[in-house]
Design a protein. Structure first.
Length: 434
């Protein structure tokens, strides 16, 4: 049998409380928020309004700088409330991948240093695998935690690997393929107990904005670094990312890029610096003088002074229009309530899980306990390749994705709070035609 190739789109069911803010998507049923979410219309409007105001004021002016600074501070403040940290521990990046590489390249791990412990190896998302494998090419020892069918690991194995050769533990908060939420708070406790000085990095791309806020509290988790983006569950624009770096851990993390926004010369701001902060540190002066005609008579190179965090990790301009959109998206999702979003998502995912589990010939690849998974529901339909399922559903305006679990490919649905029960039934009806 084959999936009906009709181009008629199914009805989306009853409107959700948020349908009006996502109405521009038309009749399309978008179920791929674990990759990139659609944005609420107020966020799109906010980006347009920002660009008009920014350009009207003059992009390089005191007025525009104040506008940008305020929006960046607002984003940091809102993120700090979500993950329970200080605003100055929040660094703006472009993506989750940026944060991963900031740690992989900035921590100074080498062949003679303590190694990295990572879960699942090829079961991990490539953005949280390849930067660590690159370290292996430099002689850094990479050790892997074994996993079960859901991608979870044994805490006892983690404890056994935490010896004097462990410098960093790398985990995903939730898995992009099975939706499993890892016991990261328990892992953080084991790391602190068993390996003094071992750092803990968390890829939170699949949790911030879609699970209970209490479970994203970095003070409870005990991680030193956390990276995620604004364009998945936070419903922000592409090109926006967030990187949490604790104050203590930040002192031993070297910035992988440097510029006028992140450093000064001899403790003085560069004339063209457009960053928010201007406080230098670790500066030392060197002898230099100028002749009467303004030419330099320097006899030694001048010393750089890194600014305080978070500026020291933010060389170069940011995606300011994206920051404006992210600010609006954060206001939107926190206005809805992250706890309420989690409840909606669990209901939608639960409906899919229950119905798919009853369908003959369907294999579902997520934890059975809804408390241990996000809204990701991965599955396969016997006799039909995942790529074919996704392609044919797309023709009907139902957007899912193909993802892998090691060598196994499957179809991934990832509903978010703006989706409806009617849309879940429309997907199920289409799948029953296989």
């Amino acid at each position: 049998m084959s999936l009906d190739d009709s181009t008629a789109r199914p009805a989306g069911g009853a409107k959700s409380d948020f349908a009006d803010d996502f109405a521009y998507t038309g009749d399309r049923i978008y179920l791929n928020s674990a990759s990139v979410s659609v944005m609420p219309e107020p966020s799109i409007d906010a980006m347009r309004d920002f660009l008009i105001e920014y350009n009207s004021a003059g992009p390089d002016s005191a007025v525009s700088k104040e506008l940008v600074t305020k929006k960046i501070q607002n984003v940091r403040s809102m993120i700090s409330k979500i993950i329970t940290c200080s605003p100055d521990e929040v660094v703006l990046t472009q993506s989750t991948t940026d944060g991963v590489n900031m740690v992989a390249s900035g921590l100074g791990l080498g062949a003679d240093a303590a190694g990295v412990i990572i879960r699942g190896m090829e079961h991990e998302h490539h953005a949280n695998l390849y930067p660590w494998l690159r370290l292996a090419e430099r002689g850094v020892r990479i050790r892997s935690l074994g996993i079960d069918r859901d991608g979870l690991f044994e805490m006892g194995q983690l404890a056994s690997l935490l010896d004097g050769h462990a410098g960093l533990v790398v985990l995903s908060h939730a898995l992009y393929n099975t939706g499993a939420i890892l016991p990261v708070e328990e892992a953080g406790g084991v790391i602190r107990e068993r390996a003094d000085g071992c750092r803990f990095f968390l890829d939170a791309a699949q949790t911030i904005g879609c699970i209970d806020p209490a479970d994203c509290d970095v003070s409870r988790i005990g991680c030193d670094y956390m990276s995620f983006n604004g364009s998945k569950w936070l419903c922000g624009p592409m090109g926006t990312g967030l990187f949490y770096c604790s104050r203590e851990a930040g002192r031993t993390l070297d910035p992988i890029m440097i510029g006028g926004e992140s450093a000064t010369l001899d403790g003085h701001d560069a004339c063209c610096s457009s960053g928010e902060g201007s406080n230098g540190r670790d500066s030392s002066s060197s002898s230099s003088s100028s002749s009467n005609d303004g030419s330099s008579n320097d006899t030694a190179p001048r010393r750089l002074a890194l600014k305080d965090a978070p500026d020291r990790f933010q060389a170069g301009f940011r995606n300011y229009a994206g920051v404006a959109g992210l600010e609006a998206s954060l206001e939107y999702v926190t206005g809805v309530g992250l706890g309420r979003i989690r409840a909606i998502n669990r209901n939608l995912a639960g409906l899919l899980y229950d119905e798919l589990s009853r369908m003959p010939g369907v294999a579902v690849y997520v934890p059975d306990d809804p408390a241990r998974r996000t809204s990701i529901i991965s599955f396969n339909i016997g006799g039909t390749s995942p790529g074919q399922v996704v392609e044919r559903l797309a023709r009907r305006g139902i957007i899912l994705a193909v993802r892998s679990q090691g060598s196994l490919e499957h179809v991934r649905a990832s509903p978010h709070f703006f989706n409806t029960e009617g849309e879940m039934h429309a997907l199920l009806d289409a799948l029953k035609r296989l």
